[in-house]
Every structure is written in structure tokens, then in C-alpha cells.
Design a protein around this ligand. Structure first.
Ligand SMILES: CC(C)(COP(=O)(O)OP(=O)(O)OC[C@H]1O[C@@H](n2cnc3c(N)ncnc32)[C@H](O)[C@@H]1OP(=O)(O)O)[C@@H](O)C(=O)NCCC(=O)NCCS
Length: 196
């Protein structure tokens, strides 16, 4: 099975924090099919199960995937540490934006592995998504969307991405009600141009 090349028109971005082993990147070469599938196999991701490798590769590379990475100490030199690669990093989180890279983004598969949760990485991850999918960065952006479940997550997305609740879906199969949330970054309500 062939897969669509990464979004060639959008340069990868990386976000670092002082004195931290963690960083966030949209560089597709860092993504780990094995690490994401291992996360998908765990119970804390209640909505997803592992995929065949080719299928997951298409999903990750056909979207704008924000990976959360931990630098690992097997790097031989400072130069290697400064130039992260799939060999000297461990993927510990993900946010996948299904997008045309211009007008629309559907945010899904947001996670930080449980052993790294509660230290601000999830908030940082969604802030990076918000920075990229903003009117300032994508002047033609019309709408960002997502599905979620609990009140805490709704408040989380409302605060960082300015998401508003627009609908519900009863999902007996996963034992939860899903809510649809939408944002129109920088929407100009005085004109109807490009505002669907
Ligand atoms: C949601 C998730 C990515 C947050 O990652 P994290 O690194 O623990 O997040 P942070 O430490 O930055 O905390 C961010 C906010 O998330 C909230 N939060 C943390 N864990 C949460 C959880 N299990 N459920 C709901 N909200 C949670 C906190 O209230 C916090 O809000 P605050 O910054 O206003 O205090 C992580 O808990 C996770 O992977 N959960 C399982 C997968 C999931 O539910 N993903 C979202 C699907 S819509």
C-alpha cells in the first residue's frame, strides 16, 4: 500500500523548553509507528486499537502529526542530542490534525503516555496545535473541530483552542456520549466570506 507524502508545503516545526528532556515536533521523520501502535494497544486510549503498520503510517503522515518526544541518553555526543532523530528519541505523545493545511483541521488521537501525564505536556501539546492552526499562521483557516467526552477535557479545549460545544453523539458502543466542538480561529463575524 502506498502512502501520501508528508505535507510538503508546510515546513516542520519543533518546540523546545529550557532544561527539559521533552520536546514537541511536527517533523514526520521522528514519528514512531511502533510507539504509537503500542500506545493504541493500551486501555487509556479507549477509542482506538492498533493498526496495520502501513495503515498507521498513512494516518500519521497523511495528517499533520504533532509528536511529543523524550530525548534518550544513547546519543553519543552533544551534536547528536542537538539533532534529534528517531534513534535518540522516544515518542511519548501525539496530537494528530487531519487537515488540508490551509482551511480546516480535525484534531484527534491526542495523548500523553500515563507515566508522563500531569506535568504540563498535554497542555503544551495542544498549545502548539493552537499556534499552528491560528489565523496568524494560517490566514485562510476557517474551522478547527474535535470530538471529546468529559467536562474536564471540554474545558481544556475551550481554554486553549477556543472550542465551543456544537453537538452530541450517543455512543453506546464505547459507553460514552461524545461531544462535537468547533472553533473558528480569528473569525470575522461581519463578513460571510470564507466563513462556513
Ligand atoms: C488529556 C491528556 C493528553 C493531558 O495530558 P497531560 O500531560 O496529563 O496534561 P497536563 O499535565 O498538561 O494537564 C492539562 C490539563 O488536562 C487536564 N487533565 C489532565 N489529565 C486529564 C484526564 N485524564 N482527563 C481529563 N483532563 C485531564 C488537567 O485538568 C489540566 O488542566 P489545567 O492545565 O488547566 O490544570 C492526557 O491526560 C491523556 O493522554 N489522556 C488520555 C487520552 C485522552 O483522553 N485524550 C484526549 C481525548 S479528547
Amino acid at each position: 500500500m502506498s502512502f501520501t507524502p508528508p505535507m510538503a508545503s508546510i515546513a516542520p516545526r519543533t518546540w523546545n523548553r529550557d532544561n527539559s528532556d521533552f520536546f514537541i515536533s511536527t517533523d514526520p521523520s521522528l514519528l514512531s509507528i511502533e510507539a504509537v501502535n503500542a500506545a493504541y494497544a493500551r486501555d487509556f486510549l479507549y477509542w482506538v486499537k492498533p493498526f496495520e503498520e502501513d495503515v498507521l503510517r498513512q494516518m500519521l503522515h497523511g495528517s499533520m502529526s504533532f509528536g511529543v518526544y523524550k530525548r534518550i541518553s544513547s546519543a553519543q555526543s552533544q551534536d547528536e542530542l542537538n539533532a534529534p532523530s528517531a534513534d535518540n528519541t522516544e515518542q511519548i505523545g501525539l496530537a494528530r490534525m487531519v487537515t488540508d493545511g490551509v482551511t480546516f483541521g480535525y484534531l484527534t488521537d491526542v495523548y500523553v503516555l500515563p507515566e508522563y501525564q500531569g506535568h504540563g505536556l498535554g497542555r503544551w501539546l495542544v498549545e502548539c496545535v493552537s499556534e499552528v492552526f491560528s489565523k496568524q499562521n494560517m490566514p485562510h483557516i476557517r474551522r478547527n473541530m474535535l470530538l471529546t467526552t468529559n467536562d474536564e477535557m471540554q474545558q481544556f479545549y475551550a481554554k486553549i483552542l477556543d472550542m465551543k460545544l456544537v453537538g452530541h453523539e450517543e455512543r453506546k458502543d464505547i459507553g460514552a456520549d461524545l461531544v462535537f466542538m468547533c472553533a473558528r480561529p480569528g473569525a470575522d463575524t461581519t463578513t460571510s466570506n470564507n466563513s462556513e
